[in-house]
Structure formats: structure tokens, C-alpha cells
Design a protein. Structure first.
Length: 300
């Protein structure tokens, strides 16, 4: 049985399209327009991930009341939090994070704030902030944003188009059917874009009372920004732990998914080592603080 619709005015897909168009208009009206679509796409990705970090009810207030430094730091922190939870997907989001470490990033704060305000006004949190991933997967805000930002000529050159969700849903119904597929089944998209086909498949599985996290999702995409968008969507849509997103030309580079799987294992090991080191450092600092308090306490 289909779940009740989320509290959103209008069709979520129409809302996603309007959001993408408004973000593109706001971005190109700023002084930082041009070819840098990574920045506005990063903002939409960050806002989509913010509620998962644990601030679903306060995101608008936090962002609108923040200073420029705090606003930029908020986007840094949400991507860092995502990396800590999912280093494999966090690494794939690198094209969306690099601008946050560039020299002169503070000069972009005005444009970043305008895009942030536009996205909030056009309902980004209503589209991606529901506690239920079923409702968070109603629309692909990353695809609408990317395709709205790119010029028609650029989309033609990259062979990049937004596949209508109705087409994806029809294909998902044909692929899966009405019989529950066995847990662990692998779904593969060789040219997946931001994952629109995965969105439709995940929703179809949920209609069958199945959890997408019980399946394996393997996507390849040639264009890094789109692959980064797919990584954001994998988290927002609740696809679970068995997601591998490769980026590159499989014809020229061989088995990208095997390479991505090896990288995934290495990234988790690196994350665990780093977090283990940080835990030791924090424990050391806490112990030193305790020693200082004991040493400075008056004698009995």
C-alpha cells in the first residue's frame, strides 16, 4: 500500500523542477556565474544532507541566522559528517567539496547565501528532509539542479539529459515485476547519471514492502558532478550500505566497479584509522584535562 503523501504543496516532481530552475536563475544572476556549477550543486547536495546530520527542524533557522563564515563552515561540516559515516560516498562527492577549501572562498559567500535562500524558499527541506526515505525519494533534486544549470549545448555535448521519472518507473516495474527479488540481488546502471533509475527501483521495492538496503546498487557515470550527485542521492534516498558508484569511462578504463570496490575497502580502512587516531587524541586531551583539574584542586 502506498504511504500518505508528505506535506508538500503541489507535485514533488514539479517542485523539484521549479527548485532547479530557481537555483540556476539565482546562480547566474550572481557574480560567480559561468562554468562553476559545482558550487550551486554542492549547496543543494549539502542542504539535502543537512537533515540527515540531525538538524531537520532547525536547518532554516541555523542557516538564515548564520554569519558568512558559519554558513560556509556549515557546508564543510555536513560533507565531513557524510564522509565520516560513508567514506566511499563521501569520496565520490569530492567534486562538490573542493571549492570549500579554495583560497578566497569567503568572496563567494554572497552568492552562496543567495542560492541557499532560494533553495530554502523553493522547498528543498520539504523535498529531502522527511524522516522517511520513501518521501525523500519522491524526486531527484540533484538531477533537476544539474540539468537546469547546464546550458542546452553543454548537455548535448555530454549526452546528459534528465530521464523522465515516469519512464524510469515503467522500466523499474518491468525489471522487478510484482514478485519480491531475492535479497542481495544486484542492480547495475552503466550510465546512471544522478541515479534516477535507482530511485525508481528503490521506490518499487518499497511498494513491495522491501527495504532497498537489502540489495546491491552499482552505478557508473562518466561525468564527475553527476556521479557526485548520485552519491548524495544514495544517502538521501536510503539505498543502504551496499552502494558502489564508479566514475569514468568503462570502455577505456576496464572494470570500474571492481576498481571502485577496492577503493571502497581502502577508504573505510583509512576512515577507521583516522577516527581511531582522533579518538586517541581526544582521550589523551580528556585525561590531561582531568590530571590538570586534580593537580589544581586544593588539598584535603
Amino acid at each position: 500500500m502506498r504511504r500518505p503523501a508528505p506535506r508538500l504543496v503541489g507535485n514533488p516532481r514539479d517542485a523539484g523542477r521549479r527548485l532547479g530552475e530557481a537555483v540556476a536563475e539565482t546562480w547566474y544572476a550572481s557574480n560567480w556565474a559561468g562554468s562553476r556549477i559545482d558550487i550551486p550543486v554542492s549547496i543543494i547536495g549539502g542542504l539535502a544532507l543537512f537533515p540527515i546530520k540531525g538538524h531537520a527542524q532547525d536547518v532554516t533557522r541555523i542557516l538564515t541566522e548564520s554569519s558568512d563564515y558559519e554558513l560556509l563552515q556549515g557546508y564543510r561540516e555536513v560533507y565531513a559528517h557524510t564522509w565520516a559515516r560513508r567514506p566511499d560516498l563521501g569520496a565520490r562527492m569530492a567534486p562538490l567539496m573542493s571549492w570549500l577549501t579554495e583560497d578566497g572562498v569567503e568572496e563567494k559567500a554572497y552568492a552562496v547565501r543567495r542560492v541557499t535562500e532560494t533553495a530554502l524558499r523553493y522547498g528543498i527541506l520539504q523535498l529531502t528532509g522527511d524522516p522517511d526515505p520513501y518521501h525523500r525519494a519522491d524526486t531527484d533534486v540533484m538531477s533537476w539542479t544539474i540539468t537546469s544549470l547546464r546550458s542546452h549545448g553543454a548537455r548535448q555535448g555530454l549526452g546528459e539529459y534528465h530521464t523522465p521519472p515516469e519512464v524510469c518507473e515503467m522500466m523499474a516495474a518491468l525489471i522487478v515485476g510484482n514478485e519480491p527479488p531475492p535479497k542481495g540481488q544486484r542492480f547495475h546502471e552503466p550510465a546512471g547519471g544522478t541515479g534516477g533509475m535507482f530511485r525508481a527501483l528503490a521506490q518499487h521495492l518499497r511498494h513491495l514492502h522491501l527495504d532497498p538496503a537489502d540489495y546491491v546498487w552499482a552505478l557508473n557515470e562518466l561525468e564527475p558532478i553527476a556521479a557526485a550527485g548520485a552519491a548524495v542521492n544514495a544517502v538521501v534516498w536510503g539505498l543502504g550500505p551496499n552502494v558502489v558508484i564508479a566514475c569514468g569511462d568503462s570502455l577505456a578504463q576496464g572494470d570500474l566497479h571492481e576498481q571502485a570496490a577496492r577503493e571502497r575497502r581502502a577508504l573505510y580502512e583509512e576512515r577507521d584509522q583516522l577516527l581511531g587516531y582522533l579518538s586517541v587524541v581526544e582521550a589523551t586531551h580528556a585525561a590531561m584535562a582531568l590530571v590538570d583539574r586534580i593537580a589544581s584542586a586544593p588539598s584535603a
